[in-house]
Design a protein around this ligand. Structure first.
Ligand code: C5P
Length: 231
């Protein structure tokens, strides 16, 4: 039982542009693949049991090259057409094992650290859904289709969501199944599915370093940072 982890890494990473190394989760930063770093962060954590990684069916060779030694606790499933589908398929693969809790994480957030995992796990003692998030720091603008500012959105009470998001396993799997059965397919994170299913979501402090590598520029910056820090 205990805490399982789902890492979704089946995206095509189109926003990062083309690269010989394939989708962004397979790019090398500081000499090591993004996804290999992400998996290691959870594998090295003492509270974590099984880890399921959702990858694209076309990426098996890339995965093998990137993650030379996944470790015995890691299994791989094929993801789906959306992040939501990839998460659901990974959760289904854990249904028989029925862990008490699951952490769901983006494969493209390699800088997740043990303290952040600890905060999410600690939150799960109190509630069924835990979201690490950062208060929004920038001033937010709403614009029309031509880039003309329509209004300034008050940022008080606004947060940007990170992962790993923690859940009691049975309710989040049930919520995913219901969302799928209802034909809803556009949820961009699992906390949103919990909200839809009326599961209260508790925020804990995210980590500023826990960035999502989405664009080529962010990948280059991460590579530079690791190149000088040599972690
Ligand atoms: O595309 P986005 O930046 O929202 O992707 C977030 C995470 O979800 C990435 O780690 C990506 O690989 C994963 N994903 C997935 N299956 C998809 C689309 C995205 O596992 N079909």
């Amino acid at each position: 039982n205990g805490i399982a982890v789902v890492i979704v890494a089946a995206g095509r990473g189109e926003r990062a542009g083309q690269s010989a190394e394939g989708p962004k989760q397979y790019r090398r930063i500081g000499g090591r693949a993004v996804l290999d770093r992400t998996i290691a962060a959870f594998r090295d954590h003492p509270a974590v049991g099984r880890i399921v990684v959702a990858i694209h069916p076309d990426d098996q060779m890339l995965f093998r090259d990137a993650v030379a030694d996944p470790g015995r606790q890691v299994s791989v499933v094929h993801g789906g057409a959306s992040r939501q589908a990839s998460t659901r398929l990974a959760l289904e693969s854990l249904a028989d094992a029925a862990p008490a809790h699951v952490l769901i994480h983006d494969g493209v957030r390699p800088f997740v650290d043990a303290a952040l995992i600890d905060r999410v796990v600690a939150g799960l003692a109190e509630c069924d859904a835990v979201l690490p998030a950062l208060a929004v720091a920038d001033t937010l603008k709403k614009a029309d289709g031509d880039g003309c500012v329509v209004e300034t959105v008050p940022r008080a009470g606004l947060f940007s969501a990170q992962t790993p998001q923690g859940f009691s396993f049975a309710p989040i799997l049930a919520a995913h199944r219901r969302a799928h059965a209802a034909g809803l397919a556009d949820f961009t994170d699992d906390a949103a599915i919990a909200e839809w299913a009326k599961i209260p979501v508790q925020i804990v402090a995210g980590a500023p370093d826990n960035v999502k590598l989405t664009f080529a520029r962010e990948i280059a910056m991460a590579d530079e940072r690791l190149g000088t820090a040599r972690t």
